[in-house]
Design a binder for this molecule. Structure first.
Ligand code: ATP
Ligand code: MG
Length: 218
């Protein structure tokens, strides 16, 4: 139904962690997810196959020309398709962004995170122009430390560049790091609450239509 791509040319910004949270929360709600890992490091696919115990159809697609075809095939079978991308400028990112309904651009609290987010946002706009359609793209603040000067500065810089932003913020929390070892998606505490809020916000933006139907039925 929907394709959501994690992208930023900044390495280590939190793409894979955000992908893990979205997959975990949506999976725990009982929906099916297909995953494409286009990062040669295969972090997300390795985590899904060897750390997490979720049964998720996962494809490592390192030939970028196959990404769109694979994403469309997974979209026919699953409620949601998640694509993870490498943390550097690459052809994979262009294809993964080009077939997305929503691109999430994680930004940690550094100037280089913002700079790369701007480049990534422009890449999304270019891909949308090329495909002659709208592709929604939103910055997600990750590794966030509220009430700090750096957080204020980064928010100001993002606003100056007119980048659309998700209201939900993923704080700098050990729970997210632990998830990479345990495979367990935080359900409680701040990380659990932020995961729920993120899904709710993506749903309200119209990118998880199956959840809207679920809400109407219940
Ligand atoms: N909100 C957070 N709080 C604490 N640690 C975090 C958070 N988000 C990510 N991290 C940690 O930051 C590191 C980088 O995160 P992650 O691997 O998700 O980034 P990435 O963008 O996928 O990196 P790459 O570009 O290398 O693929 C990891 O060690 C992860 O556990
Ligand atoms: Mg990654």
């Amino acid at each position: 139904m929907s394709i959501i791509t994690m992208a930023t040319t900044k390495g280590g910004a939190g793409k894979t962690t955000v992908a893990e949270m979205i997959i975990g929360v949506v999976h725990n709600m009982g929906y099916s997810i297909g995953v494409i890992d286009s990062d040669p490091n295969c972090s997300l696919s390795s985590w899904l196959m060897y750390v997490s115990n979720m049964a998720i159809e996962t494809r490592q697609v390192l030939d970028e020309t196959k990404i769109v075809e694979e994403a469309k095939a997974l979209k026919r079978k699953h409620d949601l398709v998640i694509i993870d991308t490498p943390g550097a400028r690459s052809q994979s990112t262009v294809f993964a962004v080009g077939c997305a309904d929503l691109v999430i651009i994680p930004v940690q609290l550094s100037n280089s995170d913002v700079k790369e987010a701007v480049k990534t946002y422009n890449l999304v706009k270019g891909a949308a122009d090329m495909a002659n359609r709208h592709i929604d793209a939103r910055v997600l603040f990750t590794g966030y430390t509220p009430k700090t000067n750096i957080a204020k500065e980064v928010r100001k810089t993002v606003a100056k560049h007119s980048l659309p932003v998700l209201e939900t913020r993923m704080h700098h929390l050990v729970a997210y790091k632990e998830m990479s070892f345990t495979g367990k998606i935080p359900k409680k505490g701040r990380a659990g609450a932020q995961g729920q809020l993120l899904i709710q916000e993506i749903c309200e933006a119209g990118h998880l239509p199956f959840l809207m139907e679920y809400k109407r039925a219940s």
